[in-house]
Ligand binder design. Structure first.
Ligand code: ATP
Length: 462
């Protein structure tokens, strides 16, 4: 394991450099300290030595500290930088923080403050490197293609086990079933399966919520027809588009019963016929399907065919809720901060150290989608230095007050509505409160998204 204790001090003033090195050696004896007086040598030194931390003077001939900071962040992202500055350069130092410096220190300040900051930075780098080390070791020992999982950040053993399982079953001709609540990363796992199975081939996806049987068959198989003038009119189906790649069908629990027969037939025969055509074409793609519902429960309720269920359950991955992944929270927040900052062209604020522990008791009903939304909101409300934590605190407060709220009384009209009318009214209210977001509305109603989707479709038919 790499120990984060090597520090490079950079300053063109040799006497100050010597004094600083002696002081830090005394105050942070566990660190190994090197010095560099020539700003042109810094990148070479970083290439040769593995430095956890660089203390950079701002004003130097050849390369300024600010310039060097940019180069270090780009080429050595695992090395942290502390800016050491004179009183008259504090504005520049603050700008450096926005560009990724860990902290800054004014030369006239108390050196024991600097020692404290240095220790904290070494601790942070140590934790980061430890995580990378564990992940690398675990994955390289057990996985042939760890890169296929680059899109899935985790250090939870349950998920790392799922990586191994996915690698083992990715090439099986049987479909893969991914089960998990909304926002648990089902589509990311489907993408990893694609990376393993056939990265050069297409990844085609279809959400089955609210789909009817005719549309399902048309979407998958396509259609061939002839215009009155004899010209051929063709609609290409997804089975053709997917080629030898992956066809990802999400919300499989919402598939109508008659379409389930079609899907089973396609999986079993490994061939399809476009509507209006007599020819059959081979199916070469891998089927990956996902669901938020418990298919067995749907099966018992007569809403999901047993034969399809058993076919789909051959290879199954269950993804845990975010609340069951405490080890990942801090890392995911950092990941979403970087994503948000890039998307909004803002500088990435730092995650406060006490934020992740505060979120450990929070339930995250929307899983990673919810965390991502909170972080994007927080980044947009931040000053570019430290992450604004109000979106997180507001969610926790709202959650607690919902838990504690006494039940509101429903006031019924004089003549009672029928059950069907009441059902419809509840659904309408939930959809309106969630701006027509079916996933969120289903959560409020305490039913699965596919069950809601079915009810909505039924409502439209009447
Ligand atoms: N382990 C992970 N590391 C980083 N980002 C992730 C991870 N898992 C999921 N995400 C991100 O979180 C968001 C939700 O993930 P995803 O869409 O895969 O969930 P899902 O289970 O398919 O959701 P739904 O059922 O609502 O479609 C996406 O933006 C995705 O990129």
């Amino acid at each position: 394991m790499k120990l984060a204790r090597n520090i490079l001090l950079v300053d063109d003033e040799a006497s100050w450099l010597r004094t600083l090195a002696v002081t830090l050696n005394r105050l942070v004896p566990e660190a190994e300290i090197d010095t560099c007086v020539d700003s042109r040598q810094v990148l070479n030194r970083l290439q040769v030595g593995d430095y956890a931390l660089v203390l950079l003077d701002l004003t130097m001939p050849f390369h300024s500290g600010e310039e060097l900071l940019g180069m270090i962040r780009a080429e050595h992202p695992n090395t942290r930088v502390i800016i050491v500055t004179g009183v008259n350069e504090v504005d520049t130092a603050v700008r450096c923080i926005k560009h990724g410096a860990y902290d800054y220190f004014i030369k006239t300040d108390n050196v024991s403050d600097l020692a404290h900051t240095v220790r904290r930075a070494l601790e942070v780098v140590g934790l980061e490197r430890n995580y990378l080390h564990i992940k690398e070791r675990f994955l390289s020992r057990t996985l042939d293609n760890p890169k296929a999982f680059n899109n899935i950040l985790t250090c939870e053993p349950v998920l790392l086990d799922q990586f191994r399982y996915l690698e083992a079953v990715a090439f099986s001709p049987e479909p893969l079933l991914i089960h998990g609540e909304s926002g648990t990363g089902k589509s990311e796992f489907a993408r990893s399966c694609h990376q393993l199975f056939s990265p050069e081939q297409p990844f085609v996806s279809l959400n089955l919520a609210g789909i009817n049987s005719d549309t399902f068959e048309l979407k998958l198989c396509g259609r061939l027809s002839h215009k009155p003038n004899g010209e051929v009119d063709a609609v290409t189906g997804m089975l053709h588009q997917a080629g030898s790649g992956v066809l990802y069908l999400s919300e499989i629990g919402a598939l109508p019963l008659s379409a389930q027969i079609t899907l089973l037939e396609l999986i079993e025969s490994r061939s399809y016929s476009p509507q209006g055509s007599d020819s059959r074409f081979p199916i070469k793609c891998k089927f990956v399907v996902s669901t938020q519902d418990d298919l067995l429960t749907l099966n018992k309720a007569g809403e999901f065919r047993s034969d399809l269920l058993y076919r789909l359950r051959a290879h199954k991955i269950r993804l845990p809720r975010l609340a069951e992944r405490p080890l990942d929270i801090a890392m995911l927040i950092n990941h979403f901060i970087a994503e948000a900052a890039e998307e909004m062209s803002l500088s990435a604020p730092q995650q406060p150290r006490d934020l992740a522990p505060k979120l450990l008791d929070y339930d995250f009903p929307g899983n990673l989608n919810e965390l991502k939304g909170m972080v994007f909101d927080a980044v947009s409300r931040s000053d570019g230095v430290t992450l604004n934590i109000s979106p997180f605190m507001e969610a926790i407060k709202e959650h607690k007050s919902l838990d504690a709220a006494p039940g509101d009384h429903i006031i019924f009209p004089k003549s009672l509505p029928t059950l069907a009318q009441m059902n419809q009214a509840l659904i309408d209210e939930a959809m309106s409160r969630t701006a027509n977001n079916q996933t969120a509305a289903a959560q409020i109603l305490g039913i699965s998204q596919s069950a809601l989707s079915r009810r909505l479709t039924k409502g439209q038919e009447h």
